[in-house]
Design a protein around this ligand. Structure first.
Ligand SMILES: Cc1cc2nc3c(=O)[nH]c(=O)nc-3n(C[C@H](O)[C@H](O)[C@H](O)COP(=O)(O)O)c2cc1C
Length: 278
């Protein structure tokens, strides 16, 4: 399966089938996690797959999700060293794990809020200079979504995305970029648009200029005050960078990330630019 197809297929899954994941698939996923230890800003990351069936029952007692996730027996946990762009690095790298799991036919769901962070952090031996920003369950999707899951999807409007003209711009932040004028890069931008984001807020804004795409964060007022150390919308930006990069490479639009601050519109924060390789 191509990365673009995998991104198109991914959906958050909160209800899991009791069928255990085969040991070979768990091993493949574990190998992938081991190889995935940095992001575009060179942060230091580590990931681990916890399989409840391999643990004594009393150890799983404090590893809950407040009833949001049903039936999951495996979770991917991750840690990132504290630093200025740690959340973007985490979003980028954890999304690669999520796409790997999707490719293996498994369901996942980013959890940045509805999980017992302290319980999982303790199990992961988190050090003082590390953060555990988010986790994901992994397993076979259940046949029917639970009522809680239906409620979550409905309240976040998870099946909808903002229109192109709200997310993508041409040369400046006032001129919308249409699919037609985006040319071959439309595919990569569309992969950003279909990506997951906390509460489906879609805070990504992208401005295309000659040979470059500039990524900005349009923060939702007060949203990131919930978890002081973990600004979820910066994680969303890392996810957008992951999707854009993987899709661009797949359609033969090579490039690299750079930080070349431009003057952002008042309510946007500059994150990074993808500069096309000539
Ligand atoms: C950084 C981040 C944090 C999230 N945190 C949660 C969470 O705590 N609980 C939850 O049920 N969903 C969470 N989600 C999932 C989003 O609600 C979901 O991605 C969005 O509604 C879009 O739906 P989709 O993933 O099915 O495309 C999170 C997503 C992201 C990217």
């Amino acid at each position: 399966m191509s990365n673009i197809e995998t991104m198109q297929r991914r959906r958050s899954c909160r209800t899991y089938d009791p069928r255990p994941v085969e040991p070979e698939k768990l091993a493949e996923l574990r190998d992938f996690l081991l190889s995935n230890h940095t992001g575009p800003f060179n942060g230091r990351l580590r990931f681990q797959l916890l399989a409840f069936d391999e643990m004594p029952a009393e150890e799983t007692r404090f590893l809950g999700t407040y009833g949001v996730i049903r039936g999951a027996r495996c979770f991917i946990l991750g840690a990132v060293g504290r630093g200025p762009q740690a959340m973007e690095d985490y979003g980028y790298a954890m999304e690669r794990n999520i796409l790997k799991a999707t490719e293996l036919g498994l369901g996942t769901c980013w959890l940045g809020g509805t999980f017992r962070r302290s319980g999982f952090a303790k199990r992961f031996n988190l050090s003082e200079d590390e953060l555990l920003p988010a986790i994901t369950p992994v397993g076979y999707p259940g046949e029917r979504r639970s009522a809680t899951e239906r409620f979550f999807r409905f309240s976040a409007g998870s099946d909808q995305r903002k229109a192109w003209d709200e997310l993508f711009y041409d040369r400046d932040a006032a001129t919308p970029l249409s699919r037609e004028s985006a040319g071959p890069c439309a595919k990569a931008l569309e992969c950003v648009r279909i990506g997951p984001s906390a509460s489906n807020k879609q805070p990504w804004r992208i401005v295309r200029t000659e040979g470059a795409f500039h990524f900005y964060l349009c923060k939702t007022p007060l949203y990131d005050t919930f978890f002081k150390d973990i600004p979820l919308q910066n994680i969303d930006m890392g996810i957008a960078m992951c999707h854009f990069e993987l899709a661009s490479l797949e359609i033969g639009q090579a490039g690299a990330w750079t930080v070349a601050p431009t003057i952002p519109p008042e309510d946007w924060e500059y994150i990074a630019s993808w500069v096309a390789r000539r």
